[in-house]
Design a protein around this ligand. Sequence first.
Ligand SMILES: NC(=O)C1=CN([C@@H]2O[C@H](COP(=O)(O)OP(=O)(O)OC[C@H]3O[C@@H](n4cnc5c(N)ncnc54)[C@H](OP(=O)(O)O)[C@@H]3O)[C@@H](O)[C@H]2O)C=CC1
Ligand SMILES: CC(C)=CCC[C@@H](C)[C@H]1CC[C@H]2C3=C(CC[C@]12C)[C@@]1(C)CCC(=O)C[C@@H]1CC3
Length: 344
Amino acid sequence: MATRSRKGKKCTVIGGCGFLGRYIVERLLEEGYTVSVFDIAKTFEDDRVKFFVGDLCQEKDLAPAISDVQTVFHCASPPPSSDDRDLFYRVNFVGTKNIISACKKAGVQKLVLTSSASVVYEGTDIKNGTEDLPYAKKPMDYYTETKVLQEKEVLAANSPEENFFTVAIRPHGIFGPRDRQLVPILVDTARAGKTKFMIGNGENLVDFTYVVNVAHGHLLAAEHLHKDSPVCGKAFHITNDEPIPFWTFMSRILEGLNYPSPKMGLPYLLIYYLAAFLQLLCLLLKPIKEIKPTFTPMRVALAGTYHYYSCQRAKQLMGYKPVVPLDEGIKLTVKGYAHLQNNN
Ligand SMILES: NC(=O)C1=CN([C@@H]2O[C@H](COP(=O)(O)OP(=O)(O)OC[C@H]3O[C@@H](n4cnc5c(N)ncnc54)[C@H](OP(=O)(O)O)[C@@H]3O)[C@@H](O)[C@H]2O)C=CC1
Ligand SMILES: CC(C)=CCC[C@@H](C)[C@H]1CC[C@H]2C3=C(CC[C@]12C)[C@@]1(C)CCC(=O)C[C@@H]1CC3
């Protein structure tokens, strides 16, 4: 008992210097946990946190960071906008296997993976999708392909007989202050004059999840992860439970930052196939010039299709409910990005 209670509130957040990871760290500290962070770069200071800088692709780097802790949160990933297939494979698949191996060697009891609701998404409508949907047979990009591999590996590693329990959290469309993908890319797109039109008719409902709710879901999962718990070895959607039309959400952010929002829609399939053609062209031109298109087929599909998910399983098995409503999250996000405001 002494060992378990001593380790009980000690945890390590792998990827803890990232957007979501830092919110998980902040929530853990609020809840009285002793927190270590393992990341490839240290991006913030906090005297309460022990930092370990390393590469999760090197299992030897991990050992010191997870020694004598009960719970590991793994939310590290290369940015989805990367086009480095090898990096995705090394970090998201091989790196995750390293984490599983290192956790078992160190006697870590709980592994909470940040997966993604996109592991079941193939570019067609998903309305109130449950966790029973099959994994995407044809993931739309290599990031998603490696997230599928990663989740399968972690859930298969759940081993009560080894006192090792795993769970996968599937957030969708995480947003909030300090985000490095959604708002910054949206603002860049607006500044380039590329948000004059919507993609599609603007009616497609999508889940956007305020980052504090995602962090809350991760802590709930860790607290419900123990022998004989129904949570073990399962995936859970964590959303704001308030699906919103994609372009209504984007317009709220754009108008909040004083950018014009799109009023007219362009045919979804026309834009989708244009994006696919452009992606092929960029691939052919890559040896001559590297061009990164804003509107990739994945982004066009996310902008033009329904993709929202049921979090009923998390509600029932973990007592999850969002702590920050969507409208409040949008207001906090706009406030957090005042530095990206349109001053023209
Ligand atoms: N953002 C979203 O909308 C969604 C995100 N997710 C998942 O949530 C998780 C967190 O995403 P998010 O916070 O947005 O991502 P971030 O890029 O902000 O954070 C990821 C962190 O992992 C670090 N990292 C990357 N490679 C390595 C490595 N080899 N060794 C150690 N650390 C590494 C990154 O460092 P560096 O920045 O230096 O690369 C960064 O600090 C990811 O697993 C992502 O797949 C799931 C659904 C939606
Ligand atoms: C069409 C356009 C240029 C919109 C600007 C916003 C987009 C950059 C975001 C809208 C939906 C976001 C999203 C992700 C990244 C950023 C967006 C495309 C993810 C792909 C991030 C990683 C995941 O696991 C799934 C996310 C789905 C939603």
